[in-house]
Structures are given as C-alpha cells and as structure tokens.
Design a protein. Structure first.
Length: 68
C-alpha cells in the first residue's frame, strides 16, 4: 500500500556470518519480486539493544533468565 519496507538481517554473531549467505538471501528475495528501501543488520545496533535491555532490567520490566 505504498509503504516503506526494510530488509533486516538478524546477524547475532557477525564474526561467523558469511557475506556469501547474505548476498544469496538478497538475490532470492529479489527473485521473488520483493524490493526494500533499506538493509539493516542487528549487529549495527547491538549497543543500543544492550542499553535498552539494561534499562528494562533496572526498571523491573525485564529479567535475566539464567536457566540452561
């Protein structure tokens, strides 16, 4: 409906991620006829996510689950 759509990769371990896989996924999505405005990677804003988590924990709105 005319909105903007972004493509986001959840690369939670960027040191082990291979660019080849990202490129392949993007090509497959293009082949399906899907187009996006921006590409984002979770690793680009890990610090921001960490800061949000700490804030929520400090406010009592989240907790650390140490179960294995």
């Amino acid at each position: 409906y005319g909105g903007i759509c972004n493509l986001r990769f959840d690369d939670t371990n960027p040191e082990k991620e291979d660019v080849e896989y990202v490129d392949s996924i993007m090509e497959d999505i293009k082949w399906l006829g899907f187009h996006w405005e921006n590409v984002y990677y979770a690793s680009d804003y890990f610090q921001q996510l960490w800061d949000f988590a700490v804030k929520l924990i400090n406010e009592g709105k989240a907790y650390i689950d140490e179960q294995s």
